[in-house]
Design a protein around this ligand. Structure first.
Ligand code: ARG
Length: 262
């Protein structure tokens, strides 16, 4: 899992609007540091043996570094994201890129945060809702992409996308999650999946601890969450911790910067 990724770049990354509580137009990323942060993440994927394809960002799309929101892709088919209005212009680029790879692209009939709110775990799809994804998307995703959908509602705008609150570590056996980020029925649903669960504190989750990419052997994550990193190492995983302070100004981390293609 997560062995074939599509990324963009941080060349045009800016905070031009505020669509999540981490964004503040008064606090801009350092342009040079942001590009370096992103390049380091891409390099870490390659070192872990993952295939990374790059799609250049559009100068008019300051959030395009966060390609996870582009779509959810499975077996040659993609459901395109349907993000808040300020990010709408990105979608034509993603559509063209995906179609250029022979991937069939379906439009989302309702608001949909792409892979930001849709975490595949084997045949299961952990599907977030409450902020950026309309719950009516769940049936659509289940039908069109062939998943058993587990709906999970996050309780606060800090978790505007599910990939800030839940992370798939080992396919299909282990999840890391922040229980406080989910409502009670969702917590129950996670606990009933029969998976191994690693709990992450609110303070580490707020520092984008769960916004990580795991291929089951190597976990690429922020350096802001030493407790989770230690837990994962204790389970025999290779853990690569990277700076994500600039991306954090846009409300994202490692996971947000890559769309999984396989
Ligand atoms: N500024 C971006 C937005 O608000 C960040 C997206 C982060 N992506 C994610 N998968 N959580 O849309």
């Amino acid at each position: 899992m997560n062995t074939h990724l599509m990324v963009s770049d941080a060349e045009h990354f800016r905070i031009d609007y505020e669509i999540n509580p981490y964004m503040d137009t008064g606090i801009q990323p350092d342009a040079v540091a942001a590009v370096a942060e992103h390049d380091t993440i891409v390099e870490a994927h390659r070192r872990a043996g993952r295939t990374v394809e790059r799609m250049p960002s559009d100068p008019g799309c300051p959030d395009m570094v966060f390609t996870a929101n582009a779509a959810l892709v499975r077996r040659g088919r993609a459901v395109l994201g349907r993000p808040p209005a300020p990010r709408a212009d990105e979608m034509a680029h993603y559509r063209r890129w995906l179609e250029g790879r022979g991937i069939e692209v379906l439009d989302a009939p309702y608001a949909f945060s792409g892979q930001g709110d849709a975490l595949p775990c084997g045949e299961i799809l952990l599907a977030g809702y409450g902020w950026r994804t309309d719950p009516r998307m769940h049936e659509f995703l289940g039908e069109r992409l062939g998943y058993d959908v587990v709906p999970l509602r996050t309780v606060d705008r800090r978790w505007y996308d599910l990939d800030l609150a839940v992370a798939v570590i080992g396919n299909p056996h282990t999840l890391a999650w922040c229980p406080e980020a989910l409502d009670r029925p969702s917590r129950r649903r996670i606990r009933n999946l029969g998976l191994e669960l690693i709990e992450v504190s609110v303070d580490e989750a707020e520092r984008f601890a769960l916004n990580l990419i795991s291929d089951g052997d190597t976990v690429t994550m922020t350096e802001g969450a030493p407790r989770l990193a230690a837990t994962l190492r204790g389970r025999g995983l290779r853990v690569v911790e990277l700076p994500t302070t600039e991306l954090a100004k846009g409300g994202g981390g490692v996971r947000c910067t890559a769309l999984t293609l396989e």
